[in-house]
Design a binder for this molecule. Sequence first.
Ligand code: FAD
Length: 274
Amino acid sequence: MIPISFEFFPPKTDEQRDSLEKALPKLKAAAPDYVSVTFGAGGSTLNYTPETIRHLRDNHSLEAAPHISCVGGSRDEIRTLLAHYRDMGCRRLVALRGDMPSGMATLGEIRYASDLVAFIRRETGDHFHVEVACYPEVHPQSDDSHADLRHFKMKVDAGADGAITQYFYNADAYFHFVDAARKAGIAVPIVPGIMPIANFTQLRRFSELCGAEIPRWLAKRLSALGDDADSIRAFVADVVGDLCRRLVEGGAPGLHFYTLNRAKATLAVIERMR
Ligand code: FAD
């Protein structure tokens, strides 16, 4: 069976905690290899991410991997976080630059994710399995796909063990990207990031920020379904489930689901795929 992983954001309120607690047993039943927890760039989840990691490890026996982003942070802060995660028993990290929260003036001491990976390797050797991000539809701040690929290679050359893609709905974008990466000498596994859609308005907002393309036909069908959550779920299970199947048949080494801390949409896609 294809390895899967689930991504969560760290809950900050009791309501968000309850919602994650409800989703966890259902998602665990799908037997993820590991789960990951995002990090608010600029330190907005400096305490929440480690707290959530500890909770998932101690109370749910999940292999939980923290995301670490370097934008807006200092070397000392990152060093402290790495030591903290090592003490908790974590063996896996997702290393990112992050996006500068609006209004924050300083970039931080480590500028790019490749520098962060190099820093992690200098500080902790081979202790952590390090994943990085990559972009089949090109990072939104990059107007040159060749340069973007070179920057991806720099992260791998700095010591990344694998990569997870930004989400996409066009399987060919992934296959072309993997081909280009292999030709550029990038040998690590490239796992597609999968976004099951529960809320079209929210998805449109995310996609504008992260540069993921929603195909016109998909946008039209989703907006025609309006707020009908059950119909959206059934339609998305078909479309995204088929996407996952194509990716797996085409050689994807795993699937990483952006769950948004909810179980239903993700599980509907997995069920359809399997
Ligand atoms: P980088 O690899 O540093 O690239 C950023 C940009 O700089 C790209 O345009 C790249 O081409 C360019 N670049 C890189 N190196 C150089 C260089 N040496 N010279 C010039 N240009 C360069 N964000 C969060 O805040 N928290 C999270 O937890 C989080 N998790 C994510 C998980 C996944 C799987 C993915 C795909 C994204 C995630 N993000 C997260 C979003 C991510 O932080 C943003 O996409 C961010 O804009 C770029 O991060 P990066 O690590 O890819 O940066």
